[in-house]
Design a protein around this ligand. Structure first.
Ligand SMILES: Nc1ncnc2c1ncn2[C@@H]1O[C@H](COP(=O)(O)OP(=O)(O)OP(=O)(O)O)[C@@H](O)[C@H]1O
Length: 484
């Protein structure tokens, strides 16, 4: 017979479980404090346990640790009130299988959960998680922190709680939000994302709450906002720290009351959207700096998931590269092993987005060649070479197996990306290296324009200097400086 230990000091709860499970093939035992738990563990073996977080003489987390130490295979469910959801998540980190909120308002769900403890193997959840991650394009790799993060996300996905995701730019916050949506009961409903930094305050307000026809200049039609569009689904606020103080107040109100009004309307509307917010900035620090409302953070931060930066999980790089290649329908093994090694040496300030750009760029430059992609196809900043100057790019004859060279647009884009990633990273700032990159940008842009003017004037320095709005002397000086 299956053994189930109920750890709760309330007699009514014990009576409730005796009644609920009376017809099941389950041997029920009860314990109301730490000593009774120890005695119960001495007497019998349990396949599962339901543990209340709040006990008179001890903490449910300590009970969980005791059970897991004495009976590692025992599957533990934590029972918690809403105010202790954070501790329940800590319990999941410590090995609890799941948590349920008290009072139990869905008895069928509770019964199904208890049944599943005895019928569904624990490994089934793992398999489901991996399959769903694959379906949503979330590559797990082999880093244990990433697996634990996803496993926690999977467990909380079905709860209707607000989730805050923090992590550096490009590390996968939105992909994680999509995974949460897909793993939730709302997966058949819309997932709607909005980047709070991409709109002016007025536009963001209209985007979120909608507006009535004629409510402002240009409002030619009535329009639903995202709170309505995502009402039964998930509403994802990307870069929440960029929301203005006025928008923050309005968001707080909706989170508290679940009600809002379209701009230009007095009709109160209701939303059931599940809110997930993401930020590359640490919101606690933003609160300290007076840039983010503490009460809004409190509402958003029911559960916080922190996505580690790619440099802390470099072992995942080959998995991610193969996934990014597959996404472009190409042979996933086209990157030479030494190329992957070089990529694992680099720190990826722009995280997976930067990795995706580098992979796309290398594939484009190799232009369908069948041979393996060598480190030559990586940007200079990754192979730790000076970026090839634009003038060289113009003047040098094509070489056999050339180092891929950047157009000015690509160079500026990459430069901007690297600098912004440094700015947003906020951990280790290497100011001398940044200043060096600024000087490099100045030199590269200057050289590019000189090269273009010379090309357009067929090498005539007089004409070129006029095009550049500088004197011929200055042009000669610049050309001399660049070693021509
Ligand atoms: N675990 C992952 N598996 C596969 N692809 C990923 C993973 N994480 C991120 N990516 C890819 O990296 C890119 C950036 O991811 P995403 O937009 O989720 O990052 P982000 O942290 O939300 O970025 P930002 O801070 O700029 O909003 C996307 O192309 C995404 O598909």
């Amino acid at each position: 017979m299956n053994g189930l230990l109920i750890v709760d000091d309330e007699i009514q709860v014990q009576t409730f479980f005796s009644y609920l499970l009376r017809k099941k093939d389950i041997a029920l035992s009860f314990a109301g404090n730490a000593a009774e738990v120890s005695a119960a563990l001495e007497k019998s073996t349990y396949q599962a346990a339901l543990v209340d977080l709040k006990l008179p003489d001890s903490n449910g987390l300590d009970i969980l640790k005791t059970i897991k130490k004495r009976m590692p295979a025992c599957r533990v469910i934590i029972m918690t009130g809403y105010s202790t959801v954070k501790s329940a998540l800590e319990a999941i980190r410590l090995g609890a299988e799941d948590y349920i909120e008290k009072p139990f308002d869905d008895i069928n769900e509770l019964e199904a959960l208890i049944d599943s403890l005895f019928t569904t193997p624990a490994t089934q959840r793992q398999t489901d998680l991996i399959q769903l991650a694959e379906q949503t394009g979330f590559i797990i790799g082999t880093n244990p922190d990433m697996y634990n993060l996803l496993s926690l996300a999977y467990k909380i996905a079905r709860k209707n709680i607000t989730v805050l995701i923090e992590g550096e730019t490009g590390c996968g916050k939105e992909v994680l939000a999509r995974f949460l949506h897909e793993a939730s009961m709302r997966s058949s409903q819309p997932f709607v994302g909005v980047n709070c930094g991409a709109f002016t305050e007025t536009l963001l307000e209209s985007e979120l709450f909608g507006h009535e026809k004629g409510s402002f200049t240009g409002a030619l039609h009535s329009r639903k906002g995202l709170f309505e569009a995502a009402s039964k689904g998930t509403l994802f606020f990307d870069e929440i720290a960029d929301a203005s103080p006025a928008i923050q107040v309005k968001l707080l109100r909706v989170l508290e009351t679940r009600e809002f009004m379209r701009i230009g309307s007095e009709q109160i509307r209701h939303t059931d959207a599940r809110i997930i917010a993401a930020s590359h900035a640490n919101l606690e620090q933003e609160v300290e700096r007076g840039r983010f409302r503490e009460d809004l953070l409190y509402r958003l931060n029911v559960v916080k998931l922190v996505v580690p930066p790619l440099r802390h999980r470099k072992e995942d790089i080959p998995h991610l590269v193969r996934h990014l290649i597959r996404r472009q329908h190409m042979n996933e093994n086209i990157f030479a092993p030494e190329t992957l090694s070089v990529m694992q040496e680099y720190n990826w300030p722009g995280n997976i987005r930067e990795l995706a750009n580098v992979v796309t760029r290398a594939l484009a430059l190799s232009d369908g060649e069948s041979g393996p992609i060598t480190p030559d196809y990586l940007p200079a900043s990754i192979i730790k070479q000076q970026t090839v100057s634009f003038s060289q790019a113009i003047e040098q004859p094509a070489q056999k197996n050339p180092v891929p060279q950047l157009s000015l647009e690509e160079y500026v884009e990459e430069w901007k990306h690297e600098l912004l990633a440094q700015w947003q990273n906020g951990h280790s700032i290497d100011l001398p290296a940044i200043m060096e990159r600024i000087r490099e940008l100045e030199k590269t842009i200057g050289t590019a324009f000189v090269g273009r003017a010379l090309k357009e004037s067929w090498g005539n320095q007089q004409k070129a200097s006029r095009l550049l709005n500088i004197s011929v002397r200055k042009l000669r000086y610049l050309l001399h400086e660049k070693g021509k």
